[in-house]
Design a binder for this molecule. Structure first.
Ligand code: NAG
Ligand code: NAG
Ligand code: NAG
Ligand code: NAG
Length: 384
């Protein structure tokens, strides 16, 4: 028989152990805590105490005539009748670049497959790829024929004549909002996503259907960044100069990798965007600025991914909305997720408990690549 003798600690030893343990925990979580402190100080002081973003109205407004001039870009490829007279639940824009043919193919054959969605989920979704022009003249010339060819086959490209660069994404946002206003007003929701994002379309559709026609009036949903500070590091692609944005914090916004707007919000934001200077180069922050002008706030859903890929587990798939950073593994993800759908997690207390524990294990670890936050383990996000 094995006999354990409990070690006996003196009081001071016990205290020492507790202190060591707490220090270790603090160190392990420091990055998150630190980040949170900064964000919250920013967010609280800026969002609630110092300033209520009234400056936005004064600083970004432009003369409406100038705005119309700037926002009327020519379509090079268009599908005016794409939405037709059907009842469309979701108009889904994928922000792509001319050369990303492979990514578009992967999306067409997986989560962006309109025919699959119609037959399996019973709703009509329209998927369009939003494009600008390749910034290099030679590439532009080569890609022109390829794009026309691709479009003849799939009828799902929308291209306008601006250079497709990171800092022109604001123009691409205007393309999406403007296109919806002009050609697809009736669609109940608008989603914008990057072409390296995996959208769990069955979950998303169920979620959106849950709103019905009336409740969805003022919906803007995604992973909300509360009071993020502008990046002042000149090396970063997110760099924004003091001249362009002198304040300490951005209004709340959802990252451009994936978010959803209801019809009403999309219209209001588009109208606001026509009164705002479009030279602000970061599209998702620009959307936040426009929304602030009309006092619309985003709703947070923790299962819209931040920067990172979601961990693989049926308990995660069960609630996943988007996962970011997928290029080569889109088809594999789709297979996994649709198979997981078939063998869905049974409901019931035991399984819910099991999933919570699993999610805590997967999400509540320090230094995890930013996919879903720890709180995602505890809340049911997909029902409002
Ligand atoms: C925002 O701040 C301005 C002055 O700083 C104040 O006049 C205005 O009432 C504030 N608005 C709200 C909604 O708190
Ligand atoms: C954005 O597109 C316009 C129109 O093609 C172009 O003149 C401008 O240089 C582009 N801006 C950036 C930052 O690429
Ligand atoms: C928009 O802002 C930029 C940079 O701050 C400025 O140069 C430009 O004149 C503004 N445009 C309009 C139409 O006010
Ligand atoms: C900004 O200005 C517009 C029109 O001048 C006004 O309707 C709106 O309420 C203002 N928004 C804020 C947040 O002050």
């Amino acid at each position: 028989m094995i006999f354990f003798k409990m070690p006996r600690f003196k009081k001071y030893q016990l205290r020492l152990i507790i202190i060591c343990f707490s220090t270790l925990m603090l160190m392990a979580y420091w990055e998150q805590i630190d980040n949170n402190i900064v964000t919250h100080v920013m967010s609280f002081s800026y969002r609630y105490l110092l300033n209520n973003f009234t400056f936005i109205n004064a600083s970004f407004r432009v003369n409406p005539e100038d705005a119309i001039k700037n926002n009327n870009r020519r379509y090079l490829i268009n599908h005016e009748g794409k939405c037709g007279e059907k009842d469309i639940l979701l108009l889904l824009f994928v922000k792509s670049s001319s050369e990303n043919f492979e990514r578009r193919q992967a999306i067409r054959s997986t989560w962006g497959n309109e025919a699959y969605i119609e037959s399996t989920l019973g709703v009509t979704v329209r998927v369009l790829f939003a494009l600008g022009l390749h910034p290099e003249a030679e590439q532009r010339r080569l890609l022109k024929m390829q794009l026309l060819f691709e479009d003849q086959r799939y009828h799902d490209l929308i291209q306008q004549d601006f250079m497709d660069t990171f800092h022109n994404l604001t123009l691409k946002l205007l393309l999406q909002l403007g296109w919806k206003e002009t050609y697809c007003r009736r669609a109940q929701f608008l989603m914008s996503a990057d072409d390296d994002v995996f959208v769990h379309i069955p979950n998303l559709i169920h979620f959106l259907q849950g709103f019905g026609h009336s409740n969805a009036k003022d919906l803007w949903i995604g992973r909300v960044h509360h009071g993020s500070p502008p990046v002042r590091d000149k090396e970063s692609k997110y760099y924004v100069s003091q001249d362009l944005y002198p304040w300490l914090s951005y209004p709340d916004y959802t990252p451009g990798s994936g978010y959803v707007l209801s019809r009403g919000v999309a219209t209001k934001i588009y109208q606001a965007a026509l009164t705002i200077n479009t030279s602000f180069p970061i599209d998702d922050v620009f959307l936040g600025i426009c929304a602030k002008v009309i006092d619309i706030f985003p709703k947070d859903n923790a299962f819209f991914s931040g920067e990172g890929k979601a961990p693989h587990h049926p308990c995660i798939y069960n609630q996943m909305m988007t996962s970011h950073g997928h290029v080569r593994d889109i088809r594999e993800m789709w297979k996994r997720v649709t198979e997981a759908e078939v063998g869905q997690i049974p409901s019931g207390l035991i399984w819910r408990l099991y999933c919570t524990v699993t999610k805590v294990r997967l999400l509540c670890v320090p230094f995890l690549s930013n996919s879903y936050p720890c709180k995602a383990a505890f809340f049911e996000y997909n029902s409002y």
